[in-house]
Write a protein that binds this ligand. Sequence first.
Ligand SMILES: CCCCCC/C=C/C(=O)SCCNC(=O)CCNC(=O)[C@H](O)C(C)(C)COP(=O)(O)OP(=O)(O)OC[C@H]1O[C@@H](n2cnc3c(N)ncnc32)[C@H](O)[C@@H]1OP(=O)(O)O
Length: 359
Amino acid sequence: MRASQEDFENATNQVKLLKKDPGNEVKLKLYALYKQATEGPCNVPKPGVLDFINKAKWDAWNALGSLPKETARHNYVDLVSSLSASSESSIQVTPAADRKQPGSDALVVTSQDGITTITLNRPDKKNALTTQMYHDIMLALEAASKDDSAITVLTGNGDYYCSGNDLTNFTDIPPGGVEEKARSGAVLLRDFVDRFIDFPKPLVAVVNGPAVGISVTILGLFDIVYATDRATFHTPFSHLGQSPEGCSSYTFPKIMGPSKATEMLVFGKKLTAREACTQGLVTEVFPDSTFQKEVWVRLKAYSKLPPNAMRISKQVIRNTEKEKLHAINAEESNILRERWLSDECMNAVVSFLSKKAKL
Ligand SMILES: CCCCCC/C=C/C(=O)SCCNC(=O)CCNC(=O)[C@H](O)C(C)(C)COP(=O)(O)OP(=O)(O)OC[C@H]1O[C@@H](n2cnc3c(N)ncnc32)[C@H](O)[C@@H]1OP(=O)(O)O
């Protein structure tokens, strides 16, 4: 069977998620097939002999001669599929949704079997959330709320689920100064969390490794949280001179009781996956060795349930608290805006950026 345009787009996304570097030879093959599939036979002048990299790329593309675009597309899909099978990717790779991909590779959105999956894809930075990623996640949630999937999943690529807010976000100071930075950060935070409060379909976190900061707090707004037994849950807000967000000042005491919530949110106690499960933040913990397999089998079965019934049932549960959650989100965002201007917070960020402090 020939590869469709959708298969091809999916393969171009899968390549971004490969865990192992496939090596230069394979990368050149991928490059050549991609160019042939999208532009046809090599049509650019040969680079000079000293331009080693571009010459190698040109040679690889040119070597495909007049291979038809469809065949190149098919061969590209086959090659990526063989690489994915051997790369032990920690990600459930699914065909591309009929949607626009986010502006950068740091977020990958795929859709298959009634499940739209949003994958944080900055494994070398432990999937820390850049400002661009907050915007892209909001767009991805917006699209997922309208697509024909039954369930939406958030997960991470690599050994971490997410290390929380990218602390370098604090270094990009606009002309309005730190006050303006804190103001716009609070607006972004509020908008971001609002999307989770309002998300209309079942929302599942597939927590593939340690989670920090805002990636933990918003779990209280998910409908299901599945975690590998390697995951930990850490909200070191006091250490960072900050305060809780993601509605956790309300959801955590409600889920685990005020004193356990205080241990996490005020004293920064890091929970293991099993502790988080006992306390109700995590739905179920799976052995790391079978985590991906077991979780996706489960989710695929759930995704076959009548989607409208699931959506309506979720909304019935959420609607009782929506207004309250929005008010809490607004309040937490306001308080954080002030915290970001405090010496305690600035010192903690400077300390991390100068590599003196780690959690
Ligand atoms: C719209 C704005 C909303 C903001 C909402 C408020 C949000 C609050 C929070 O999320 S608070 C939590 C913030 N996160 C942190 O404080 C985590 C900081 N990171 C660490 O402490 C550690 O990196 C670690 C414990 C997560 C992992 O340690 P380790 O396994 O030793 O790995 P490395 O430290 O070597 O990390 C690899 C690489 O990633 C970079 N990195 C990791 N986390 C972050 C981060 N949160 N921000 C920026 N960069 C991060 C780290 O610097 C390394 O980069 P390098 O290889 O050195 O270039």
